[in-house]
Design a protein around this ligand. Structure first.
Ligand code: COA
Length: 322
């Protein structure tokens, strides 16, 4: 049973045999089926399908003269554009537009294609494109910047929302900060996030109305990450939890305060969250002092919550009511 694509261009050609020779022998299309008497064939290359039929006067909307199909080009996806390009060159077939890498803006991303164009024997323009995946659009990256701060030490701290291209750097950051103090929920090399998981996480958090992640960046390196997350359930969606860390080399420069201030501001602007909660190791005096500076109150504790290589410590629970 032949599965026909939802959209199949049908090309009126001047000589079915010349066209079949071109599509099959030069471009490696396959014949799906043909009706020799009608001088018609359905041909395919991977998931692309084209119908070709020798002109017979039916369904003609005007005079056909070379080059046919003016104003249209057919994009055909291929796995390896360069391999096909080389084959075509070897057969001395003329390339209309040489192989090039192009990036096209689509919403927040740039879609990349390695592509070249040729004209078929009747002049129909064919564009062979290899997918180069996606990258973030520069305009989108600048729209993710929330704020820039001059720090006490003169460096500029950029606060921005994460983009998927940060995923690898975020994972490396988490591995590093896990080993720099005993104050997080994970130790050295214990962050279980992979870059793929992080990409999904970034996409989800950037779409969320109530959760957000803020990166602190100095000279294109992540030096701090903070995140507010709240549950999806409507009855408790106004409660959130915050997590924050700063790379040890950058402590006591005001970075934690900048990022915390930005998160609290975003929560207030959002208007949904009424409570920010957190848990902090009882011996983490610096963090507790920072939270109290921003108005967090101690509301209880989990006894012996942390087990750092056999040393137990309480978790202090703190809330900030918005
Ligand atoms: C806690 C942490 C985020 C603070 O980041 P930071 O960039 O050093 O914070 P800041 O420089 O903005 O300081 C913020 C406040 O924290 C307190 N603080 C920070 N370091 C301190 C120190 N060595 N001694 C006393 N208070 C300190 C102060 O209240 C300070 O405010 P102030 O400068 O106005 O006095 C950072 O130390 C860190 O990442 N620690 C490891 C991970 C961690 O503990 N995360 C929190 C888990 S709950």
């Amino acid at each position: 049973m032949v599965k026909l694509n939802e959209l199949i261009p049908e090309l009126s050609v001047s000589d079915i045999n010349i066209s079949l020779d071109f599509y099959i022998n030069i471009l490696s299309f396959k014949i799906v089926y043909q009706r020799k008497d009608d001088k018609f064939a359905l041909i395919s290359l991977n998931d692309s399908q084209i119908m070709i039929e020798e002109t017979n006067g039916n369904w003609e909307t005007g005079t056909l003269s070379y080059p046919f199909g003016r104003g249209v080009n057919f994009q055909i996806a291929v796995d390896d554009a360069y391999k096909l390009y080389k084959n075509i060159k070897k057969q001395n077939y003329k390339i209309k537009i040489e192989m090039q890498e192009n990036w096209y803006e689509a919403d927040n991303v740039m879609i990349g294609q390695k592509e070249f164009l040729i004209m078929d024997p009747d002049g129909y323009l064919l564009r062979f494109a290899e997918d180069l995946r996606e990258k973030e659009c520069p305009r989108y990256i600048s729209s993710c910047i929330l704020k820039e701060f001059k720090l006490k030490n003169g460096q500029t701290l950029v606060l921005r929302k994460p983009i998927v291209e940060d995923a690898k750097m975020i994972v490396e950051y988490l591995y590093t900060v896990g080993g720099e103090s005993d104050n997080l929920l994970f130790g050295k090399d214990e962050s279980y996030f992979t870059a793929e998981m992080e990409i999904e996480h970034i996409k989800n958090i950037n779409e969320s109305e109530t959760s957000s992640m803020v990166l602190g960046i100095i000279n294109n390196n992540i030096v701090s990450i903070a995140q507010i997350s709240s549950p999806n359930r409507k009855r408790i969606a106004h409660n959130s939890e915050v997590a924050i860390s700063v790379k040890k080399d950058y402590w006591k420069n005001g970075i934690g305060s900048c990022i915390m201030e930005e998160l609290i501001k975003s929560v207030k602007d959002g208007g949904i969250i009424k409570n920010i909660s957190l848990g902090v190791k009882a011996s983490n005096k610096n963090a507790i002092a920072m939270y109290e500076k921003f108005g967090f109150e101690k509301i209880g504790k989990h006894k012996d919550f942390f087990n750092i290589n056999g040393d137990f410590d309480d978790e202090i629970l703190m809330d900030l009511y918005i």
